[in-house]
Design a protein around this ligand. Structure first.
Ligand SMILES: *Cc1c(COP(=O)(O)O)cnc(C)c1O
Length: 387
């Protein structure tokens, strides 16, 4: 199995040996009959530790990211917590993006910090700024998102991997925005990749979940046992993906490649439309060769994704009015589903960073471009912009 979609449809998903069922069953069970004390069938003993539906998802996502071991969690943030608490100890330091996902920032700033793990912020698009925040011997982890939210900044994963490993730190990449189809950070030198499977992996806005994949080769000897440590933490902390949620994500992954191609096709058409408008002042999309980071994105991503942000003339109120007038684009947070979503980061997803250096432009609109017909999406945006 070498092709992405072949792996998405088959990795971890052999037909059931007893019934021939083509689709993995939802093993809605907490425990397993033992054939004599300790006589486990296939290693299953209790479903916090392992469950066959979750195993199927974990094997599939590990195959898609080209990693050694996958872990599925109840949410993206539970996955992040397992990485941080599984690998870091009080006194350690990590570097996170200035524009990290808000929940990531909250977890680091409010939870990890209280337990003695310190952090610094650095712009992901500036490898030298990341290097400048390293505290020799103390910095154990560098965290990247690329593209970032909502301004679609791009980090050079290979360059930052080198910086991290030289400093004895792990590189973790939150690959939620790109998806495993468009970008595979482990192949660029990252040690660990994580997803909020709530987004493109699930892809249908019907589940909350998270996943971690650990690389075959870890770039820092101290963390050679990273997979065991994350697995130990997953079982100890217990924020696992349940059987049904695992099954939903696994089902979503089967169509990830075709969905992402369509998300990209539609996003490109919408960007073209936005470029034709005089009342659109800025467009943020890594596929535009005028955007900083375009060359890096072109090198490390298959295509440029389904997230587009733009600024409108007429200020914040106009942006809010445009969002209020769309009929097909649903006003809502989250992203990565088949249906198109529109939101106002300044008042919604990024309201908590107002007044800080992370503040986003007040006239910014963020689109999660779905897989409907592009003509309908464009017609709706046109009428909303025209008023
Ligand atoms: C949504 C999201 C998360 C958090 O995932 P949950 O499933 O909501 O816990 C983390 N990172 C990014 C980039 C996200 O978009």
């Amino acid at each position: 199995m070498t092709g992405f979609s072949t792996k998405a449809i088959h990795a971890g998903q052999e037909p059931d040996p007893t019934t021939g069922a083509v689709v993995p069953a939802i093993y809605q069970t907490s425990t397993y009959k033992q054939d004599g004390v300790g006589g486990l069938r296939g290693g299953y003993e209790y479903s916090r530790s392992a469950n066959p539906t979750r195993t199927a998802l974990e094997e599939c996502i590990a195959a898609l990211e080209g990693g050694a071991k996958g872990f599925a969690f109840a949410s993206g943030l539970a996955a992040e917590d397992a990485i941080m608490r599984g690998l870091l100890a009080p006194g350690d330091h990590m570097i996170i993006p200035t524009d990290a996902y808000g929940g990531t920032f909250r977890l680091v700033d409010k939870v990890q910090k209280a337990w003695g793990v310190d952090y610094s912020l650095a712009k992901v698009s500036q490898p030298d700024a990341i290097r400048g925040e390293i505290r020799p011997g103390v910095t154990k982890l560098i965290w990247l998102e690329t593209p970032t939210n909502p301004l679609l900044g791009i980090a050079d994963i290979a360059a930052v991997a080198q910086i991290a490993h030289e400093a004895g730190a792990l590189l973790v990449v939150d690959n939620t925005f790109a998806s495993a189809y468009l970008q595979q950070p482990l192949s660029l030198g990252a040690d660990i990749v994580l997803h909020s499977t709530t987004k493109y992996s699930g892809g249908h806005s019907d589940v909350v979940g998270g996943a971690v994949v650990v690389a075959e080769q870890i770039g820092v000897p101290e963390f050679a046992d990273a997979a065991e440590r994350i697995g130990f933490h997953q079982n100890s902390m217990g924020a696992i993906a349940g059987p049904f949620d695992s099954w939903i994500v696994l089902r979503g992954l089967k169509t990830l490649a075709v969905r992402m191609e369509r998300h990209c096709d539609n996003a490109e058409q919408i960007v073209q439309f936005l470029q034709s408008r005089d009342d659109v002042t800025h467009i943020y999309y890594p596929g535009l060769d005028s955007r900083p980071g375009h060359d890096v994105a072109a090198k490390q991503m298959r295509r440029f994704g389904g997230m587009v942000s733009f600024q409108v003339a007429g200020g914040e109120q106009h942006a809010v009015d445009v969002i209020g007038r769309t009929k097909l684009w649903t006003l809502g947070e989250s992203l990565g589903g088949v249906e198109s979503l529109i939101e106002h980061p300044g008042r919604m997803t990024h309201a908590s960073v107002a007044g800080t250096e992370l503040e986003v432009p007040a006239d910014l609109i963020r689109l999660s471009v779905g897989i409907e017909d592009a003509d309908d999406l464009i017609a709706d945006l046109r009428q909303a912009l025209d008023g």
